[in-house]
Design a protein. Structure first.
Length: 234
């Protein structure tokens, strides 16, 4: 059964928009009629960017680990488009392979900065505007955030932090701003295909984007504080 969404007249801010998942989310909201404010430290014209330029997508180059840059970007989006209805916290990265006693501090800092700090700062500065529009936040946690495991403790911990921040934002904004998380496992991205042997059970980023749109839609009006599995059969 085909499902369609209508976000005509709404503004969606998407972080990590140049990456595989972020670009899929930005494109999905644009296809559904939203004005998309796509933000990333990787410029849309960079050869590593997967974000396709199009009229409905307005690009803002910014480092979302820097609070001043986040504040300036959020204010620029509101100045340009009048409002923010949805915040999609997609910025993230993965590092792993080492046990805790062999993990560099720089790896820990990178994962918490990119996976958790960006989500915190974007939410902090977008929330006053989302409260005005009674909007929604969707952030990206991970299936691995549900338990400990070998070789990627900082990644798991950072993504568990995303879940807990999501629950707290939902509790603090009951009846005003809905906040939910999605929990992918292995996504079918160019990076994952380079690092691992392909498995046809991997989930396509566009499928995760569909769930993010549902969580922002009127169909999810009664859903807040949830962490939604999006790992299919993988």
């Amino acid at each position: 059964m085909a499902v369609t969404f209508d976000f005509e007249g709404d503004v969606a801010l998407v972080t990590g928009a140049s990456g595989a998942l972020g670009s899929a989310v930005a494109a999905a909201f644009a296809d559904a009629g939203a004005t998309v404010a796509a933000a990333d430290i990787v410029d849309i014209d960079d050869e590593d960017s997967l974000l396709e330029p199009r009229e409905e997508i307005n690009f803002y180059r910014a480092d979302f680990t820097d609070e001043e840059a986040v504040a300036d970007t959020v204010e620029a989006v509101v100045s340009d488009h009048g409002q923010i209805d949805y915040l999609l916290n997609i910025a993230g990265t993965w590092r792993g392979g080492d046990p805790v006693h062999e993990t560099d501090e720089s790896t820990f800092d990178l994962l918490f900065d990119v996976n958790l700090k960006t989500m915190f700062l974007a939410s902090k500065h977008a929330l006053p505007h989302l409260q005005e529009t009674e909007g929604a936040i969707v952030s990206v946690s991970s299936r691995t955030s549900l338990e400990g495991g070998e070789g990627d403790a900082p990644y798991r911990a950072s993504k568990a932090g995303v879940r807990l921040f999501t629950e707290s934002i939902a509790a603090e904004n009951l009846g005003t701003v809905r906040a939910n998380a999605v929990m992918p496992s292995v996504l079918d991205t160019p990076m994952n295909r380079e690092m691992m042997e392909y498995d046809d059970d991997w989930v396509d980023p566009s499928e995760v984007a569909d769930v993010a749109m549902f969580l922002c839609s009127d169909a999810a009006d009664v859903t807040s504080g949830a962490a939604v599995p999006v790992y299919g059969e993988s």
